[in-house]
Design a protein around this ligand. Structure first.
Ligand code: NAP
Length: 299
């Protein structure tokens, strides 16, 4: 890496950020393409967010990724919002365009592109999204534009209802195209029978609770594509059992890579090298597991 006074700096801001894979993924892509960019991570406490963002602007930092807990709060410090970021009310990518900070969200596009990369076109499909938190919000907004039918199931049903109504209202979609319900056996049994794609956007199955699964094994079938956005562990119990049922599976690292790739393309204007980014992340995950006890990775 040849850093100079011309090197463009990109960074992650979040709290905490120490276990993030983003520096590994982004620097591998910059180096592979010979781009004069570097990516670092800054641990920014909530009370320091404004100073950090305005400081980044003054320092001419070219791009930022924003992770928990700043994805919503950061909006007040930006000059402009891209359409999806405004619609969803969340930002995970910032471009410093000649001193103007423009906010984007690439979480939804990350899932969309991960599906397409795996040969799964969400258009005209029945899609079930489990969860109604921050990740589900971005994913559900993005997929609702393409799905024949979107069903949001959540432990707290009020949150699923709020999200479904927000989507229908914001996108002008008929309310019966975006439905909601409780995340329980009976709803899963009914909805999964004729579903094409199911996406786990809850934290169920994430380490250290990796023996948990949001869907009982007997409800999985070979007509499904099962996408688990949890990526620690990489193969969750849900994905393991989905494979045994003959379903197609997509892991959470795919979402991380594709949302990172979309950020990369916003900053550089160059197509991201997906396989290079995924290989770099897998190498880091393997090394970390060899050296120490398993730990939690963050985007
Ligand atoms: P969040 O806003 O805190 O939402 C958590 C969701 O999980 C809520 O819907 C919550 O339901 C549900 N949940 C939690 N524990 C549950 C349980 N025991 N049973 C049933 N439902 C439960 O979190 P988030 O930011 O959306 O993240 C969700 C997961 O996605 C995390 O594991 C995160 O690591 C992963 N993620 C992955 C990527 C990626 O790039 N692969 C990106 C973002 C997030 P209630 O509403 O009922 O509490």
């Amino acid at each position: 890496m040849n850093l100079s006074a011309r090197t463009k700096v990109c960074a992650l801001i979040g709290h905490p950020v120490e276990h993030s894979l983003s520096p590994i993924i982004q620097n591998a892509a910059f180096q592979h393409l010979g781009l004069d960019y570097v990516y670092v991570a800054f641990n920014v406490k909530p009370e320091d967010l404004g100073y950090a963002v305005l400081g980044a602007k003054s320092l001419g930092i070219h791009g930022l990724n924003v992770t928990m807990p700043h994805k919503v709060e950061v909006i007040r410090y930006l000059d402009e919002l891209d359409g999806d970021a405004r619609l969803i009310g969340s930002v995970n990518t910032i471009l410093n365009s000649n001193g103007r900070l423009i906010g984007y969200t690439t979480d939804g596009i990350g899932v969309l592109n991960a599906l397409k990369y795996a040969g799964e076109d969400p258009a005209n499909k029945k899609i079930i999204v489990l969860g109604a938190g921050g990740a589900s919000r971005s994913i559900s907004f993005s997929l609702a534009k393409y799905a024949r039918e979107l069903v949001i199931l959540n432990r707290t049903v009020d949150k699923a209802e709020g999200l479904a109504k927000d989507i229908a209202c914001s996108l002008g979609i008929r309310a019966d195209t975006v439905r909601f319900g409780k995340l329980d056996y009976s709803h899963l049994e009914t909805e999964l029978k004729d579903a094409d794609i199911v996406i786990n956007a809850t934290s169920v199955g994430m380490k250290p609770n990796d023996e948990e699964t949001p869907i009982k094994r007997e409800l999985l079938h070979s007509g499904l594509t099962v996408f688990d956005i949890v990526y620690e562990p990489l193969e969750t119990r849900l994905l393991r059992e989905a494979k045994l049922a003959g379903a197609k599976t997509i892991d959470g690292l795919s979402m991380l890579i594709h949302q990172g790739a979309a950020s990369f393309e916003i900053w550089t204007g160059v197509k991201a090298p997906i396989e290079v980014m995924r290989e770099a992340a897998l190498k880091k995950i393997r090394e970390t597991h060899e050296v120490s006890a398993p730990q939690q990775f963050k985007g």
